[in-house]
Design a protein around this ligand. Sequence first.
Ligand SMILES: Cc1cc2nc3c(=O)[nH]c(=O)nc-3n(C[C@H](O)[C@H](O)[C@H](O)COP(=O)(O)OP(=O)(O)OC[C@H]3O[C@@H](n4cnc5c(N)ncnc54)[C@H](O)[C@@H]3O)c2cc1C
Length: 386
Amino acid sequence: MTVDDAKQMANSTLIIGAGPAGLAIAGRLAQKGISCTLLEASDHIGFSWRNHYDRLHLHTVKEYSALPHMPLPARYPTYVSRLEFIEYLEQYAERFSIQPLFNQKVVSIQRNPTPDGLWRVQTETDTFTADEVIVATGYNRSPNIPDLPGLRNFRGILWHSHEYRNGAAFRNEHVLVVGMGNTGAELALDLLEHEAFPVISVRSPINIIRRDIFGRPAQKTAVLLSKLPNWLCDRIAGFTQKLTVGDMSAYGLGKPAHAPTYDNRRGKTPVIDIGTIDQIKAGKITVVSGIERIHAKTVTFTDGRELPFDGIILATGYRPGLSAFLDQSITTKILNERGYPKNLWFDEPDLKGLYFLGFTTPRAGVLFHLNIDSERITEHIAQNNS
Ligand SMILES: Cc1cc2nc3c(=O)[nH]c(=O)nc-3n(C[C@H](O)[C@H](O)[C@H](O)COP(=O)(O)OP(=O)(O)OC[C@H]3O[C@@H](n4cnc5c(N)ncnc54)[C@H](O)[C@@H]3O)c2cc1C
């Protein structure tokens, strides 16, 4: 479909973003025979995955990471590499004849005044109209850059994690990784493997689980545990963590107040460890407290220490950044305090036809949930159109 064809077509479904979420819903709609148009800001599908760091593999097992109606290939390993995942996304688009319109960065989504009441989606170059708009722009659209005291004074390399490909630039250098989520933990490991001296700054206790426990992927166990009552699930998860990770407070990682499953239910993803904690225990990766102030070549920490650094990597996460294209009159109704949509869709008449996919961070992984949520959205659209 050309841009002109899509602009002519009203009463259709527009999907914004050709990442896993956009493809998942396009695949489901294709199976139902519902036509749709995908608008993608970049010139490729799976743009985020093309730009993640080199060593990245899915943390989630392949059984729980495939998009609807098409498993990941049998020849892929349990934990699929970044490049394999991109290859799979391309094959998925081909299988369901999904042909996004590229270089169409959406800058505004608004509802037309009645009588037509259609959604008007404006990109940097074109305007489209549709009955339904599915926002699938990812929860990691905008890097979160914290306002750290003195950050501007730093004279070494300063990157947010989305700019990091590998540690080659940091051989024999001292690098501070700010934050220990899954990304921070893995980048510290990558820096070590590139012969740098990584230090991780951590403000509060971190909940960590091993990626594989007694040879079994922790994600599979998490899915089983989620069927149990919460208290029992937390007991088992807490006990397993004690057994496999142990008390990390002596290494600067504090003692989490709750089991990883408890935090996860409240939107806090535990660190799925792929080797970082063993290197911390071996003294090869150092953990320090929160940052007090950044200077030209050193950083002082809340425990009073001052250490020299050649580089700082901000592994401080992302924000969905939906207010970049949604009017305040919409965002005040739909976003929670963290800037995430509260639901997949909303019942208010003025929000009818607006959907959000890929903004939940569930226990079993974002990709796993795309399957469930894309089915719910497809059913809702099909019912509304029948
Ligand atoms: C480092 C890292 C590792 C991860 N590993 C896992 C994992 O192992 N398992 C798991 O389940 N999840 C993982 N995730 C979560 C991951 O984000 C999702 O699995 C998946 O990429 C989400 O797909 P998405 O389509 O919602 O978002 P994205 O992959 O970010 O895709 C969004 C798409 O929307 C496009 N877009 C954005 N804004 C606009 C706009 N204004 N107009 C048009 N197009 C736009 C982007 O260019 C992009 O192509 C990981 C995330 C990160 C950051």
